[in-house]
Design a protein around this ligand. Structure first.
Ligand SMILES: [Zn+2]
Length: 257
């Protein structure tokens, strides 16, 4: 097969001439507050648990959501700046030691600028069964070679050493399913982190529903996975984010405050 006929995917195959965009600039705190609320809207949260941390490039500090506010009610001014020990450097609230799930990933991995952790229902069911979801739908191709199951439950991750152990077990995977616990998603940007989090929970939902039928899914030929993954991450992640921002700001403009 010559190069012309090989599947390419991504922006090499097609890139939009024009995009609707969001029509304004967002500060990192505003973008993080929007990501929190949007993920809650999609059912990613177990009530008030979990964090999104964001280490801006060149910074040693992290942006993080505070303890005591649900993801659905966070505004930009609630977002904290913390150091690696969890000391609050800026912002009105406090943070739980559970942020240590995130710190070592930020420290060790250049691609881990944004780390998302929560207990979305379908991923958490699979976490309890000791199951990694399979690629049953084409959009799950974005997770080809990206998943790991971390099956040593050590109780609450609430210290730097527990966070380091988790990061070591995660290796270079971008999504970890934590046994009897939940999920960790790592990404280079807030756009990609949001999109991957939503799509991973959907992947787990599809896998779970397929399991219920007792039938075996049709496999997707391996050569289609890489081009599809490129299309989803290079093209769809930004469009997804832009649409999520537009729709959230239309009904919850106070998220920017
Ligand atoms: Zn957790």
């Amino acid at each position: 097969v010559d190069d012309e006929r090989k599947p390419k995917g991504g922006v090499a195959a097609w890139a939009p001439r024009v995009m609707p965009g969001i029509g304004r600039d967002l500060s990192p705190r505003q973008a993080l507050a929007i990501a929190l609320r949007h993920l809650d809207d999609t059912g990613f949260c177990e009530n008030l648990t979990g964090h999104i941390t964001w280490q801006l490039s060149g910074e040693e500090t992290l942006l993080v959501n505070p303890w005591g506010l649900w993801w659905s009610e966070v505004t930009a001014s609630d977002i904290l700046t913390i150091d690696e020990l969890g000391t609050v450097l800026d912002g009105p609230w406090d943070v739980t030691p559970a942020f240590h799930i995130h710190t070592e990933l930020h420290r060790q991995r250049p691609d881990a600028r944004v780390v998302v952790h929560n207990h979305p229902i379908h991923a958490t069911v699979l976490a309890g069964l000791g199951v990694l979801p399979e690629i049953i739908h084409q959009n799950s191709a974005m997770f080809a070679d990206e998943l790991v199951f971390v099956n040593e439950y050590d109780g609450e991750v609430d210290s730097a050493s527990a966070g380091a152990a988790l990061a070591a077990r995660m290796g270079d995977a971008s999504v970890a399913v934590l046994a009897s616990h939940g999920v960790v998603v790592v990404a280079a940007t807030i756009e990609e982190a949001t999109y991957k989090s939503v799509m991973f929970e959907r992947m787990c939902d599809i896998h779970y529903r397929a399991m219920l039928t007792g039938r075996s899914p049709i496999p997707i030929a391996p050569e289609h996975l890489k081009p599809m993954k490129a299309s989803l991450l290079e093209r769809a992640a930004q469009a997804y984010w832009d649409g999520a921002v537009r729709q959230l700001l239309a009904v919850e403009p106070a998220v920017l405050n």
